[in-house]
Design a protein around this ligand. Structure first.
Ligand SMILES: [Ca+2]
Length: 324
């Protein structure tokens, strides 16, 4: 008799986004996961378009049973001037493919209210995979101070640990998008696993992998082949590489198989202003500093330090190359 394993309940907080699209498809194709909802946030696109794209991706996958809850249109400090990465993902967020508008709508509930509701419905059982700026999660913490203890785990794509950022030398894009929210989330006391670009810059989808996607009959592979061109062009311009970094799908796989990475534990604080705005500073030393620091007494989080990159790429490809 086949072993009955319980699926992990997952909410994906997302700003689709070409690699978000890939992560969402990998999640839907992973028997280990039950995607209970998508929540949306600004980042690669503005929040309204992120919602539109989340609905479109679920319709593409034939999974309109999964609710989409729209997130904040402003940062936690109510800033309306946002950093939007349309130059990475296209002005539509999905490689400028002129997809038809989605038929469905987001639920009435806000993303933060949805996150709090699901954490209360299934205490300790819901994993949030956060693939954009952390505003919705910070709002959930504000809405319900018990949220950090009720949520199962928060897996964050965010930060640059002992490496340069990708917005500027200091900051990674998701943290830079709302550093105040990120600092609230990193210090909220939840079970947090952070995956920074020191990890995701090791996971590259090569031209050979791209060709396999293009030659596949899978609807997911075909869809992604069409939208990936814009992302490849950006990587060639920005990094002089013929491949793309798999930030979001790599982070999603930490929910599928945590053994693909190793972690170390410590306190992460986020710089919220100045030229290093968005910098993540991870204290995992055993040192007792001679003074009280801003890291003292704060809850620890896990930060990924190594990744089995070939295994991650293989698993992503395996999930996308079939659609049965
Ligand atoms: Ca994203």
């Amino acid at each position: 008799m086949a072993a009955v394993t319980k699926k992990k309940k997952v909410i994906i907080d997302t700003d689709p986004g070409i690699d978000d699209a890939m992560a969402i498809f990998v999640a839907l194709r992973s028997p280990e996961l039950e995607v209970v909802g998508l929540t949306t946030i600004f980042g690669n696109v503005y929040t309204a378009l992120a919602t539109h794209n989340a609905l479109h991706l679920l319709e593409t996958a034939g999974r309109t049973d999964i609710p989409v809850a729209e997130g904040s249109h402003v940062t936690i400090k109510k800033a309306t001037k946002l950093r939007i990465a349309s130059f990475v993902h296209g002005s539509d967020g999905l490689g400028n493919q002129n997809f038809p508008p989605p038929a469905g709508k987001a639920v009435e509930q806000s993303a933060a209210a949805f996150l709090v509701e699901q954490a209360n419905l299934y205490p300790g059982q819901v994993t949030v995979v956060a693939l954009g700026p952390l505003t919705n999660l910070a709002l959930a913490v504000e809405l319900d101070p018990s949220f950090p203890k009720k949520i199962g785990q928060i897996i964050i794509l965010g930060g640059a640990y002992s490496v340069n950022g990708n917005v500027n030398p200091a900051a990674e894009a998701n943290i830079f998008g709302d550093p105040d929210a990120a600092d609230i989330v990193f210090t909220c006391g939840a079970d947090i696993l952070a995956i920074g670009i020191n990890i995701t810059h090791q996971v590259l989808l090569s031209d050979v992998d791209r060709k396999k996607l293009e030659e596949s009959d899978s609807k997911y592979a075909r869809y992604l082949s069409n939208i990936l061109g814009y992302y490849y062009d950006y990587h060639l311009d920005a990094y002089s590489i013929t491949g793309v970094y798999l930030h979001d799908p790599t982070t999603l796989l930490a929910a599928v198989d945590p053994s693909l990475m190793t972690y170390t534990e410590g306190v992460v604080r986020v710089q919220t202003d100045g030229i290093t705005k968005g910098l993540t500073v991870f204290d995992n030393t055993k040192k007792t500093y001679g003074e009280i620091t801003a890291w003292c007494g704060k809850p620890t989080v896990k930060v990924a330090v190594t990744v089995d990159a070939p295994a991650v790429v293989e698993l992503i490809m395996q999930r996308l190359l079939t659609d049965d």
